[in-house]
Design a protein around this ligand. Structure first.
Ligand SMILES: [Fe+2]
Ligand SMILES: [Fe+2]
Length: 268
């Protein structure tokens, strides 16, 4: 089974600074043969702030001509209040996502693998859906199949026991709870987005893969996190009990940085 993962398209209804990269990505995806396509969040530029960006994202996805399974990012449904007090995860944002895009968490069994999509943006929010998702996740892990997990924010940057990494990863209490649940199953892959960089590392037998963005990379506004700041995608090839992931670079991408237009796109 071959699965293609993209992330962080940041589609905008009103700004088109990265439109050529999105066009190149869409063209490349349309030419690919894969069993599945997955998007690990930040579909929209500011979909958590303006619905039109969510609808523009939905339209962009529809143009790919193949179903793509998505999990939400902070720019789609908001974040923990201590990270972004203006755009907390709430019922309205979750409802808009579900209406426009689909479920924010999902599982599917495909060719001997259980694939799970988790809404990372609920983690640490104390929203009622957070507990519901933990209960759902526990059940989702009740399988003899090897498991691949997809979510927007990485569980950690360098180590599972590291202190909080603020905006960049899941906060430690939620991370520990997710990872404790993971230990009940044969999790082989945890694939995330959010960082706009690529890296792969194996920790305790699990492959942690950062999928790069399709839109822009971060320059000086992002601290050094250890990944490669290049646009692209990730192809996951699943065997009987193993998965191999490789970075791929669609033709026509330009590693544009966010900083020159950051104040225009995110004036707050
Ligand atoms: Fe992003
Ligand atoms: Fe993000």
């Amino acid at each position: 089974m071959r699965l293609i993962q993209i992330s962080d398209t940041h589609v905008s209804a009103s700004h088109h600074f990265f439109a050529a990269n999105l066009e190149a990505t869409a063209n490349w995806l349309r030419s690919q043969e894969a069993s599945l396509f997955i998007h690990t969040g930040d579909l929209g530029m500011d979909a958590a702030g303006q619905e039109v960006d969510l609808y523009a994202s939905r339209d962009w996805l529809a143009g790919l001509g193949a179903p793509i399974h998505c999990v939400p990012g902070n720019h789609d449904v908001g974040d923990r209040a201590e990270i972004n007090s203006r755009q907390p995860v709430n019922d309205d944002r979750l409802g808009l996502w579900r209406d426009a895009i689909g479920p924010d968490r999902w599982l599917m069994d495909q060719q001997g693998w259980r694939l799970i999509g988790l809404n990372a943006m609920l983690l640490g929010t104390d929203h009622a859906e957070e507990e519901a998702q933990y209960a759902w996740f526990e059940k989702a892990l009740e399988t003899d199949l090897p498991v691949a997990l997809f979510l927007h924010k990485p569980l950690f940057i360098d180590a599972a026991d590291e202190p909080p990494r603020g905006y960049w990863s899941v906060a430690p209490p939620s991370r520990q709870r997710v990872m404790a649940l993971m230990r009940s199953a044969r999790v082989k892959l945890v694939a995330s987005g959010h960082l706009h960089m690529h890296r792969q590392q194996v920790v305790d037998g699990i492959s942690y893969v950062w999928c790069p963005a399709s839109s822009f990379v971060c320059g000086e506004s992002q601290e050094e996190l250890g990944g490669e700041r290049r646009l692209g995608a990730v192809v996951h090839d699943f065997g009987v009990d193993t998965v191999e992931s490789q970075f791929l670079r669609p033709d026509g991408l330009d590693d544009l940085k966010i900083e020159p237009v950051q104040r225009i796109l995110y004036p707050r």
